[in-house]
Ligand binder design. Structure first.
Ligand code: DX5
Ligand code: ZN
Length: 224
């Protein structure tokens, strides 16, 4: 389990939350063919975020097809109690878990739980959380996830103040992978890159198009 092996300098991560679930396997295949390596998978519990999204059951049904082709599943835990879900995510074939700084006083303990399950691990934080506080929680994790929307739904607009937050995070955590999630598309991806992010989650900017490979590759090209 090694984020440093998964990241080709930068990664665009299609957010499967925005997929057409009646054609999930097909859409995953199309994106693997287009060169996707890391898929973002949003698990929401209906408490930390309003909706119940997708969970380990659906994860299990796509994990082996992704792993067989060298892909990995980066699971964003939008949940109040990550410790309860991490073992299930590991069992279902998740490769990494990112929990929210807002739900715990013991980030190191949750990082240890993830490691016990041989998972990569990240720490996410919401637009309302101080970047300096979040950066402290990231100690020992593989990545920091700066939310550029309030989590819950795909298709929201990128919050412009996220650029300053990304830049501050980059300053505090030089060398660590920094992920940005929310409103990333052709108009926002370059700015987020310049501010210091190198992992770009994209939901509607990919799945909102008929031609998924083309939408994915366009985002990759904008980072070149
Ligand atoms: C929402 C999720 C995101 C979402 C992003 O809270 O964490 O990953 O799918 O969707 P877009 O890219 O459309 O903002
Ligand atoms: Zn997400």
């Amino acid at each position: 389990v090694a984020w440093q092996d998964w990241i080709r300098t930068v990664e665009v991560e299609p957010s499967l939350y925005a997929a057409d679930f009646s054609r999930l396997g097909e859409q995953v295949d199309e994106l693997l063919n287009a060169g996707t390596r890391v898929f973002h998978y949003d698990i929401g519990d209906g408490h930390f975020v309003e909706p119940i999204t997708i969970g380990p059951i659906v994860l299990e049904s796509i994990a082996s097809a992704i792993h067989d082709r060298g892909g990995v599943l980066d699971c964003h835990l939008m949940v109040d109690n990550p410790a309860r879900h991490i073992p299930q995510v590991a069992k279902a074939g998740g490769d990494s878990v990112t929990f929210h700084a807002e739900v715990t006083d013991d980030p190191a303990g949750l990082i240890a739980v993830a490691r016990e399950h041989d998972l990569g691990v990240g720490v996410a934080f919401n637009p309302g959380t101080a970047v300096d506080d979040a950066a402290r929680a990231v100690d020992g994790a593989d990545l920091a996830l700066c939310m550029s929307i309030w989590p819950g739904y795909s298709g929201q607009a990128f919050m412009p103040e996220s650029l300053e937050r990304l830049a501050r995070l980059r300053e505090l955590l030089p060398g660590l992978p920094i992920q940005v999630d929310g409103g990333i598309g052709p108009d926002t991806i370059k700015g987020a890159h310049e501010a210091g992010a190198n992992l770009f989650v994209a939901g509607s900017a990919i799945f909102g198009h008929e031609d998924l490979p083309r939408a994915y590759r366009r985002l990759v090209q904008l980072l070149a």
